[in-house]
Design a protein around this ligand. Sequence first.
Ligand code: GLU
Length: 488
Amino acid sequence: MTEPVRVRIAPSPTGFMHIANIKSAMYDWLLARHTGGSFILRIEDTDLTRKVEGAIDVIYESLKWMGLDWDEGPDIGGPYGPYVQSERLSLYHEAADRLIAQGDAYYCYCSSERLEQVRKEQMANKQPPGYDRHCRNLTPEQRAEYKAQGIKPVIRMKIPLEGHVTFSDLIYGDVTFDYSTITDFVMLKSDGYPTYHLANVVDDTAMKITHIIRGDEWISSVPMHLAIYKALGYTPPLYVHHPMLLGPNRAKLSKRHGDVAVLQYREKGYLPEALFNFLALIGWSLDDKTEIMTRQELIDNFSLERISKTGALFNWEKLEWMNGLYIRNLSLDDFMERSIPYLENGLPETVERPLDKDYLKRMLELVQERAKTLAEVPELVKFFYIEESGYEPDLLIGKKMTKEDAVKVLEVSLERLTTLEPFDIDSMENLLRPLAEELGLKAGQLFGTLRVATTGRTAAPPLFQTMEVLGKEVCLDRMETALKKLKS
Ligand code: GLU
């Protein structure tokens, strides 16, 4: 029997959660849920210079919004806690002490000025950058001397001076690094905090992580991590590096391309289930045709083997298309509940709050087909609430119509609609189609004038439905306004 899967997402609290990070978390989560394993949240906050207030909450919020529940984490604990690295410093110190004692690591007293000087010389001589190993072979006397000066050292890992290291990645296959390209990196800083490398290895081991699933920008860290695993006598987890998300110009997806923070997608009115589906199928596939998969279908069918090796293009148009599809598939009630926060925010202040749900539902039914994001909904329904009379009067005059035609349409329609009872779709249909003929116009021409008059727009939901929801009084009022605009 194989051991149960234990996977982790290990974000740093930088103030937002990158969409690429969520993609890693999704693969973790899908693997854990597919196999009945555990998905762990660990906060990697050892870089004090990058720490941002409230950032952990953003991580919680991002994961929760995407429906990625964790089985162990800072807030809920678990058998291998604490799950925040700044609360685990003693573990890193122990490991570093051991590496020092074994002769696998060493204290380095070099000042930042000296390191800068070394860097400059390397650049001038066109040598690869890296620590020149000045402190690697200090004598005990030299070390005592530095110590006496009160210099706080860092601890560096000793990397073999020659040879290479090869590891096997589930997606990339065998990956080899020459030791000559790897520097004696810092693993414990002079402030007593570990670097990412040491903390990551210590914790993945202590937390019994079985698979490290992350973006391929981390591949270059692996040889450094392997050096630590080996020296501590630990077995590394399985490596699964997946291709990074690419923007439209095939460069790494960044802010220059558009939104990269997960919660911005919520703000923009994407449904988490649509984003989930979309992201899961960038770089992973069930077959060569399936595009729409529910969360459960993804859990049922997920396998690491089907992650592709080629760069994963982020296509916003496709996301929008998919989001529209998910919106259309919502029940009307669900669509309404999800739209309300956007409406509360996006409708003009003059619209009375709380919004009347019965009325709201009637208009939402008419726009659900057309909404590609929830954030568009306020704009789609705004005209129901307030008269948008700022349009150009010419809009009332359709193709091949004269101004007089339009005036007539409005005058006669006003007269006949005033007495129309009930003011519903069928009655309007029976009244207005023949009216077009009577006035020598095409139905489309007459409807066009009425559409602009009642909604202020040339594009709106079906006319009679819209007029029915607006109600007789509002329609007649707006038609009066239109008539005045035409005549003035
Ligand atoms: N702290 C790293 C990050 O911010 C973790 C990378 C890893 O998964 O090893 O993504």
